[in-house]
Design a protein around this ligand. Structure first.
Ligand SMILES: [Fe+2]
Length: 345
């Protein structure tokens, strides 16, 4: 009986040691990604990376604020190596809260333009998004369009739709306006834009396109990549919207069109920072960037990548090339202004 007890104890110790060994091996050959992005194309990229490197990619999906709180709460014990958000402002806020670490990568410095990355190398843009004016060509002549600000004129009374104030895309558009126009002018812009809304904001970007298609409004402020998503949706109204409506890049003679970026960084307490950096460098490679733009219809950050025909058909345009940290810096004030002018949440 005593011998049996001893043997069981030895076995238990061996099992514990085995589990530790397993734990060490797993952290060396795996990374965990906290991501706000929800594309099948991303999952395919992770598989490409796994095949190339033998490093397993674990994905935890979530929204900006819960992911940031989780990182903060887990502190040094976090399982996360990588943080990906659909808005560069979110990465700036993560940096400010001490949740990221700087990485040294000559490759990333070369392929990611300066305005799309953090000045201290805490985060890098991964995909670009353009927030544009979409119009119905039967009801709007392109010569009537010029800037975001022009949509606040009396001629556009009751003709404009866009999403709620709670949406990060509009918060970042407002943050960019604060950066380029200054606070007072940005406030006036928001107030006058809300006055020209066709109805109280509701629905996602595609719902705005549908409202223009249905005649509820004549123009929508929305992201371009939804045209690619709508064309490939298999749903009649979405395909019709993408084939009927037109994209207009505003502010071409002034500040340029508002750009946002999905962005990526290594967490402060990443268990596996070397593999995490390798992962980011892979995502910015021509191979990965080409896969992204051909599947999600976002613009590549790596300029060596050829655009898909659909994106070429929308035309080239001048970007508002403010550093995207401005979107994080002005996020609170943007939300405050939207609230004050009655932009519904
Ligand atoms: Fe989106």
């Amino acid at each position: 009986m005593k011998n049996l007890f001893l043997s069981l104890s030895v076995l238990a110790v061996i099992m514990v040691l085995g589990a530790c060994q397993l734990g060490i091996n797993r952290s060396e050959n795996a990374i965990t990604v906290f991501s706000e992005r929800h594309y099948e194309a991303d999952r395919e990229l992770y598989e490409m990376f796994e095949q190339k490197t033998g490093i397993q990619v674990n994905l935890v999906r979530g929204e900006t604020d819960p992911l940031l709180s989780r990182l903060e709460n887990e502190g040094e014990d976090t399982i996360a190596d990588i943080l990906i958000m659909s808005d560069a402002g979110g990465l700036h806020r993560a940096k400010e809260r001490g949740l990221l670490q700087a990485i040294e990568s000559p490759f990333l410095m070369e392929v990611v333009p300066e305005y799309l990355r953090d000045e201290d190398n805490y985060w890098f843009g991964m995909t670009k998004r353009a927030r544009v004016i979409v119009y119905h060509p039967d009801r709007v002549d392109v010569s009537e369009l010029s800037t975001y600000q022009a949509l606040t004129e009396p001629a556009w009374q009751g003709r404009v739709v866009t999403r709620q104030a709670s949406n990060i895309y509009n918060q970042s558009l407002m943050a960019a306006m604060i950066e380029v126009l200054g606070d007072a002018e940005a406030y006036d812009f928001a107030e006058a834009l809300v006055n020209n809304f066709a109805e109280s904001p509701s629905g996602n970007d595609r719902a705005q396109a549908n409202k223009v298609l249905q005649g509820i409004a004549d123009v929508a402020i929305m992201n371009t990549y939804y045209f690619g998503i709508m064309l490939n949706s298999g749903e009649d109204w979405q395909i019709q919207a993408a084939n009927t409506l037109r994209i207009f890049f505003p502010n071409q003679d002034t500040t340029g069109t508002h750009i946002n970026a999905s962005a990526i960084g290594v967490t402060k307490h990443a268990p596996n920072p070397e593999a995490a950096q390798e992962f980011i460098e892979f995502l910015l490679s021509e191979e990965a960037q080409s896969h992204i733009t051909n599947n999600t219809f976002e613009y590549p950050v790596n300029q060596n990548v050829e655009l898909p025909d659909l994106l070429v058909s929308w035309g080239s345009f001048k970007e508002m090339n403010i550093n995207l940290k401005a979107l994080g810096i002005h996020n609170n004030r943007a939300k405050e202004i939207m609230d004050q002018v009655g932009w519904d949440n």
